[in-house]
Design a protein around this ligand. Structure first.
Ligand code: CUA
Length: 339
């Protein structure tokens, strides 16, 4: 099992979760604010500790001389009291101002999609314990397909940004969308709609994590954002928009899949499988991972997942169906054809 739990070791290098290494304007604003707050806190720390150590040293009990004598005691000094009230109040006031400015920079009301805006609009639905992505619009074009767990977005190119606007909702409990290098945390709350945005011109994989405790598998509700060159993103979009590939060589597998209760929860576009409760499997093999970023999407781990989801991700809402050997192999072969 352990070989399944970890993704390819090579990928570990790209697992950068540092808020101090931003690649997107909201994350940059948050880094600047964090550095400023840390600097102010460091100065206060040094001043307080400095005075403390000075006093400990300067007024320590000495062996020689008069140990009974007290240092001078000061009562009711107006100037000292004004100073230690005004200074912290000023510091707090300044922090309120810069925090408010950062909030304004980070919270952007999403515009209406229109042709030529080069903007991507996606609705993110948090679910126990995976992410559903409803692709709404790109560059003013309606998209209307659904995928799961791996968010593909275009990178800015030739100095033209390609902003990404996310609409955040929850199907069950509170979750929080957090990819530190792209933007700050934003909660997904049942019955409420939140928004966030980011944009970057640096292609690559950006990882993140659900940042609000949401149940047993909260820690394994991982986020993967793939930022691609616009041409690669268009190719990915084109593939995702197609219904599932028909492959005569796995017709038996398709029959076996449709005969199982898989179809009550999962959708495979172009087939009678129209469940909306679990991840859309139309292009399952276009994803690099399974179980919300937990394990690599290889034929072996897919078979393992089908036979024992509760061992791979205990508590997840996919039960083990106890398929017989033949059905299990056929369903696996069908799913492996969905690229
Ligand atoms: Cu979803 Cu924690």
């Amino acid at each position: 099992m352990h070989d399944l739990v970890l993704l390819a070791a090579g990928e570990a290098v790209t697992q950068n979760l540092s808020i101090f290494d931003p690649v997107s304007p909201p994350a940059e604003s948050i880094r600047s604010l964090s550095v400023l707050v840390l600097a102010i806190a460091a100065v206060i720390f040094l001043v307080v500790e400095g005075v403390l150590f000075y006093s400990i040293f300067r007024f320590r009990r000495r062996c020689n001389g008069n140990s009974e004598s007290e240092p001078p005691q000061v009562y009711g000094s107006k100037s000292i009291e004004v100073a230690w009230t005004a200074a912290p109040a000023l510091v707090v006031f300044m922090l309120v101002l810069v925090t408010t400015r950062t909030l304004w920079e980070v919270n952007v009301e999403p515009p209406h999609p229109k042709a030529g805006d080069q903007a991507l609009f996606v609705t993110v639905v948090g679910r126990q314990w995976w992410w559903e992505y409803v692709y709404d619009h790109y560059d003013g074009r309606p998209l209307g397909f659904i995928t799961a767990n791996e968010l593909h977005v275009p990178a800015g190119e030739d100095g033209r940004p390609r902003p990404v606007y996310l609409t955040l909702k929850s199907a069950d409990v509170c979750h929080s969308f957090w990819v530190p290098r792209l933007a700050g945390k934003t909660d997904l709350i049942p019955g409420q709609t939140n928004h966030m945005w980011f944009q970057t011109s640096q292609t690559g994989l950006y990882v993140g994590q659900c940042a609000e405790y949401c149940g047993t598998q909260h820690a394994n509700m991982l986020l993967r954002v793939v930022v691609e060159k616009p041409a690669d993103f268009e190719r990915w979009l084109e593939n995702e928009r197609q219904p599932a590939r028909e492959d005569a060589s796995v017709a038996d597998g398709k029959q076996a899949f449709l005969a199982q209760s898989c179809v009550n929860c999962h959708r495979v576009r172009g087939t009678p499988a129209r469940g909306t409760y679990a991840p859309d499997l139309t292009h399952l093999m276009a994803r690099k991972t399974l179980a919300s970023g937990m394990i690599a999407n290889t034929p072996e781990s897919l078979r393992e997942w089908l036979s024992a989801p509760q061992q791979v991700k205990p508590g997840c809402l996919m039960p083990a169906f106890g398929l017989n050997e033949r059905d299990w192999e056929q369903v696996a072969r069908y799913l492996l054809s969905l690229d």
